[in-house]
Design a protein around this ligand. Structure first.
Ligand SMILES: [Fe+2]
Length: 480
């Protein structure tokens, strides 16, 4: 099945170029040892399950009332492996409902793109979609009591019901025009969400999009860029939105060669971070240069300092898309603190933790303020590729500089862990860390609830899922 992002991009070029890409795609050889993101721990699920009697070890906190939701790629039919990229698979959402100290249900559901509905023999879902792309596989969020699966590169949000069934393709009730992102960030002061969004076929601009607390887009401000950069995430401070314009850019060469995700490492693009005033325009951005090219998928928090600088903590990759067309892969990563000086227009980089890692999270009530703790998942390998089958979870104390390492053990692989405060009044780190751990030996999964302030202690609770949930991208706790 041709991926949606692939179709998006092909539709943007001339029919002749699209025909060349299609011709070459069919000639791309399958990887000899199987596609690394379609086999082993990544082998997709083949069915949708509803499980109501869940085995639990430990005690689920009685104060947790809501759903833990996670999403990732899970092709409904085997894609052409030579062209396939991890980032373009059909979306599948997983959820566990927790209430009154019990795990009420587990569900997994494919996001109904037209291709998924066709493959499952169902009627297509209604709603407004981009003519060329209609799946969402990267993040799943609650907005004003509704659930949305979201994605970058131009696809519109897909609205789900509380049980993860697709309701409709929904660009925020018609208020979104251009594109969205998998990483909106809520401003605790206003309740607004900010995102930097790009549309794959459009190379010369991205947008600062603001979504109001009631779920309507109130701003789509264009920002001029070149080369079609893939901007995965952003972050906000009190006054600004951070725009990571880094050298992973659209590649016509890869597109014509038939690859599903035609982005490549392009150090000639330069590397800069923009400080865009939240209500400013393109002319107001202060661009600050990095000395060396690098890539950031995910920042942790950011905040402004008394001397007018901006601090942002980021997982940095030396490069991305450089060594493989199957996934992000290919270079070292580590946790760094960037101090951005809008006067010198330079970015000072300091290493916080020199181990491969990803998916940094923190207490999001502190977004745009100084904070102490960040939590991240180890990547496998020694500065190797983007191998999500690491076994460790890190707790970074940014005040002391100490990092605690929780090792889940051989063949046990944690995904992103989200921090959930134990109450509205709880201090930072007073609450739970919730995430999925895959047991690849036994082909099972465990929704693991840790006490954040007893990071290395016995889990508060483990909810056992009797099958392997493939590594996905992002998960969130959405309180009822
Ligand atoms: Fe992400």
């Amino acid at each position: 099945m041709t991926s949606v992002i692939e179709k998006t991009i092909r539709a943007a070029v001339t029919p002749v170029m699209g025909a060349v890409a299609n011709y070459n795609r069919k000639r791309l050889p399958d990887p000899e040892e199987g596609h690394p993101y379609l086999t082993g721990v990544h082998a997709p699920m083949q069915s949708e399950e509803t499980i109501s009697a869940m085995q639990v070890t430990g005690t689920i906190p009685s104060g947790l009332d809501g759903r833990y939701m996670r999403i990732g790629p899970n092709p409904v039919t085997p894609p052409q492996a030579g062209s396939y990229h991890w980032f373009v698979g059909d979306g599948m959402a997983h959820g566990i409902r927790i209430k009154d100290g019990e795990a009420v249900w587990y569900r997994n559901r494919w996001i109904r793109s037209n291709a998924v509905s066709d493959a499952l023999g169902e009627e297509r879902k209604p709603g407004t979609r981009k003519p060329r792309t209609d799946t969402a596989n990267t993040n799943i969020v609650g907005i004003n009591g509704r659930t949305f699966a979201i994605v970058e590169a131009g696809g519109f949000p897909v609205e789900l019901d509380d049980e993860l069934n697709t309701i409709k393709h929904n660009p925020f009730d018609g208020t979104l025009t251009h594109a969205f992102s998998a990483h909106p960030h809520e401003d605790p002061e206003t309740g607004e969400m900010h995102a930097i969004c790009y549309d794959a076929p459009i190379g010369d601009k991205v947008w600062h999009v603001v979504v109001s607390p009631d779920g309507n887009v109130t701003r789509e401000e264009p920002i001029a860029v070149k080369d079609g950069p893939s901007i995965h995430d952003c972050q906000i401070t009190k006054n600004n939105v951070l725009v990571f314009d880094l050298p992973a850019t659209f590649s016509m060469k890869r597109m014509l060669a038939g690859y599903a995700f035609p982005y490549d490492w392009n150090p000639d693009h330069g590397a800069r971070v923009g400080l865009l005033p939240k209500t400013g325009s393109n002319a107001d951005i202060i661009w600050c240069e990095l000395d060396e090219p690098c890539y950031v998928y995910h920042p942790a928090n950011a905040f402004e300092t008394a001397d007018g600088k901006t601090v942002v903590d980021v997982v940095v990759h030396e490069s991305t898309y450089a060594q493989t067309t199957f996934g992000p892969g290919g270079s070292w990563s580590r946790f760094e603190r960037w101090t951005i000086d809008p006067v010198s227009k330079k970015v000072d980089r300091k290493i916080l933790h020199d181990r491969p890692q990803e998916f940094p999270r923190y207490d999001e009530r502190l977004t745009s303020q100084p904070y102490r703790y960040a939590y991240a998942v180890s990547l496998g390998g020694e500065h190797g590729d983007f191998d999500v089958a690491g076994t460790e979870l890190y707790k970074h104390d940014l005040e002391s500089g100490e990092t605690l390492t929780r090792d889940f053990g051989d063949s046990r692989h944690p995904g992103e862990f989200v921090f959930v405060p134990s109450s509205d009044a709880a201090d930072e780190d007073e609450g739970w860390l919730i995430g999925l751990v895959i047991d690849s030996k036994n082909e099972t999964s465990e929704l693991t609830i840790l006490k954040a302030d007893d990071f290395l202690g016995e889990p508060q609770a483990v909810i056992h899922v009797p099958h392997r949930i493939p590594p996905g991208f992002h998960g969130n706790w959405v309180a009822s």
